[in-house]
Design a protein around this ligand. Structure first.
Ligand code: CP
Ligand code: NVA
Length: 309
């Protein structure tokens, strides 16, 4: 499968069939790993990871994914590159395009990946910006499908910050017409334009300030840190603002009795999620983390692999 888009900057770049095809392919790659499924899909190619923020899961899963598809991978901390010395993004994009077959980029402003994509001849993949985290939410859809199956259309809840993850969930809801109920403190709600976009595409989205209301009947309860990377100075203010938004066992009593809990990690136990929930029977966070690998492989194959004959 090849995606119609040249770059993956946001889930908005994909249509419903492509999202579903990526989830299906990631599941195939996961099941087929012992038999070497996809082992030559990127043979002879090079994938560069350009990261301006820390990462454990995204970095390792992309590096391992590239290797398992037969590509070589190089990791570039942007502080060690000329980007730090203000080489223009458009120059970096054109130079990198002469060396590598894809760039996976983690950065602050979303306009950075947009600018790189504008000037790059090779696919640019968003590995997290302040605005979106598409690869995470795509792999979360695989985790949901594994645990809940295809038979039901689950009700999704988002509890906490209206951040990059919430934005990507809204765009997944738009692509797949999901029911997504968000509870975020006032002042920390998602961008209204993204909420409106999701609704305009047929997603059923509610947005309020009551976590109990948001999780009612939800089969999938997701949360994320209260202070994202780059917001460390706001951590104390945010802890106060987010009081009452912890995903704990009391809150889960209001959710569907078989609800699963997602957290993209890293987690702050006792803040956005309790220790008991994170380590408890409803938590699927370790499968969720593993699935990053399988989804990165599906994404790389669909953007960088040889076109289907
Ligand atoms: N969930 C996630 O993106 O984790 P990392 O920051 O470790 O990559
Ligand atoms: N919202 C978090 C996600 C980390 C994977 C952040 O941007 O830091």
């Amino acid at each position: 499968m090849r995606l119609k888009t040249n770059h993956l900057l946001t889930i908005r770049d994909l249509d419903a069939e492509e999202v579903q095809a990526l989830v299906r392919r990631a599941a195939q790659l996961k099941a087929g790993r012992p038999a070497g499924e996809g082992a030559t899909a990127l043979a002879g190619k090079t994938v560069a990871l350009v990261f301006e923020k820390p990462s454990t899961r995204t970095r390792v899963s992309f590096e391992v994914a590239a290797g398992q598809l037969g590509a070589q991978c190089l990791f570039m901390a942007s502080r060690d590159t000329q980007l730090r010395r203000s080489e223009p993004l458009k120059d970096t994009a054109r130079v990198m395009s002469r060396y590598v077959d894809a760039m996976v980029v983690r950065t602050f402003g979303h306009e950075v990946v947009e600018e790189l994509a504008k000037y790059s001849d090779v696919p640019v993949i968003n590995a997290l910006t302040d605005r979106y985290h598409p690869c995470q939410v795509l792999s979360d859809l695989l985790t949901v499908q594994e645990h809940l199956g295809d038979a039901v259309a689950p009700v999704y809840a988002w509890i906490g910050d209206g951040n990059n993850m919430a934005h990507s969930w809204l765009e997944a809801a738009a692509a797949l017409k999901l029911e997504l109920n968000l509870a975020c403190p006032l002042g920390f709600t998602p961008d209204p334009a993204i909420v409106e976009y999701a609704r305009s595409k047929g997603a059923r989205v509610t947005l309020g300030q009551d976590p109990v209301e948001a999780v009612k009947g939800a089969q999938v309860v997701s949360t994320d840190v209260w202070a994202s990377m780059g917001q460390e100075d706001e951590a104390e203010r945010r802890r106060r603002a987010f009081a009452g938004f912890t995903v704990d066992e009391t809150l889960l009593q209001a959710a569907h009795q078989e609800a699963i809990v997602l957290h993209c990690l890293p987690a702050h136990r006792g803040e956005e999620i309790s220790e008991a929930v994170l380590e408890g029977p409803r938590s699927v966070v370790w499968d969720q983390a593993e699935n990053r690998l399988h989804m990165q492989k599906a994404i790389l194959e669909a953007l960088v692999g040889a076109p289907a004959k």
